[in-house]
Design a protein around this ligand. Structure first.
Ligand code: AMP
Ligand code: MN
Ligand code: MN
Ligand code: MN
Length: 277
């Protein structure tokens, strides 16, 4: 079994439509796939249909933006009921915050850097259910203001840069409860990527478990073997199930294809096993 439980479509900042995404995922040998767009479940019906046609397993999912001690976190909700009213209401709040934040980023870039992006950002918000900073990073690249999206984050959009704007995301605990209420498994996404100390990460994982979190990502596309070992150990220490996923967004980034990540150590419980129960 290859379970890729972290995938993005064009309903958030991925490039492919859900059907095309799942065709690629299946072609890469994945046998269980979760669609986890940022703060929207709009692509789930199409992805579910394509997976059924292709004969691979499908898990409806979402990657929800949450706040914890001033830090922006991502929590996967795996196996959620996309029709849950509590979930829909929560996601709609988060998407409003996304729109407001992008507009504020545009204002800051105009004020501080005389960069005229307000109209383009309004267009982004009109045409995207869940617009992200990655959309804006691609826009900066297309205007020749950054050589690639990593540069756009480092020089324009990241913390401390002219275009950085904070947002008051719903709290971690509220997010976890909403996922549970929608019948899903809360899984902390890519814990190695948060810029927090080792002690803060331990406190985060302990709190995540105590408010109802069930799993954490351990094998993520593109991670170092050092981070992989470290996360496996943290999953053990906190009694959390382990998840695997590529966090795939874009076929134009060939070094991070769907289905490519390390194999979990056999002593860890796989989130996929819990989902299939
Ligand atoms: P947002 O959720 O609006 O903050 O946008 C964050 C998204 O941008 C993430 O989900 C990633 O897909 C992408 N991203 C964040 N940081 C980087 C980076 N340094 N390089 C490339 N993509 C990034
Ligand atoms: Mn993304
Ligand atoms: Mn993420
Ligand atoms: Mn993601």
């Amino acid at each position: 079994m290859i379970a890729d439980l972290h995938l993005h479509s064009h309903h958030s900042d991925g490039v492919l439509a859900p059907a095309a995404l799942m065709q690629l995922v299946a072609a890469q040998g994945v046998t269980l796939a979760a669609l986890t767009d940022h703060d929207t479940v709009r692509g789930c019906p199409e992805a579910a249909q394509t997976c059924a046609d292709l004969g691979i397993g499908f898990v409806p999912g979402v990657e929800i933006t949450a706040g914890w001690q001033g830090q922006e976190l991502h929590v996967l909700g795996l196996g959620i009921n996309p029709g849950s009213e509590a979930l829909q209401a929560h996601l709609s709040t988060v998407r409003q915050l996304r729109h407001a934040r992008l507009i504020e980023i545009g204002r800051r870039l105009e004020r501080k850097k005389q960069l005229v992006v307000g109209e383009a950002i309004e267009e982004l918000c009109r045409t995207h259910d869940s617009p992200t900073r990655l959309h804006l990073a691609r826009l900066l690249v297309s205007r020749g203001l950054a050589k690639d999206v990593a540069y756009a984050f480092d020089h324009w959009l990241g913390r401390g840069q002219a275009g950085y704007a904070p947002a008051e995301w719903p709290a971690l605990e509220t997010t976890v409860k909403t996922i549970r209420e929608a019948g899903g498994q809360p899984v902390l996404a890519h814990p190695h990527r948060y810029k927090i100390s080792a002690g803060a990460l331990r406190r985060l994982l302990a709190e995540f478990g105590s408010v109802g979190g069930l799993g954490m990502e351990v094998a993520v596309g593109g991670m170092s073997s050092n981070d992989f070992e470290r996360l496996a150990q943290l999953a053990r220490a906190n009694g959390l199930a382990a998840s695997t996923g590529s966090d795939f967004h874009d076929p134009g980034i060939p070094w991070n294809p769907p289905g490519r990540f390390a194999k979990l150590p056999p002593d860890l419980e796989h989130v996929a096993a819990r989902l299939q129960r």
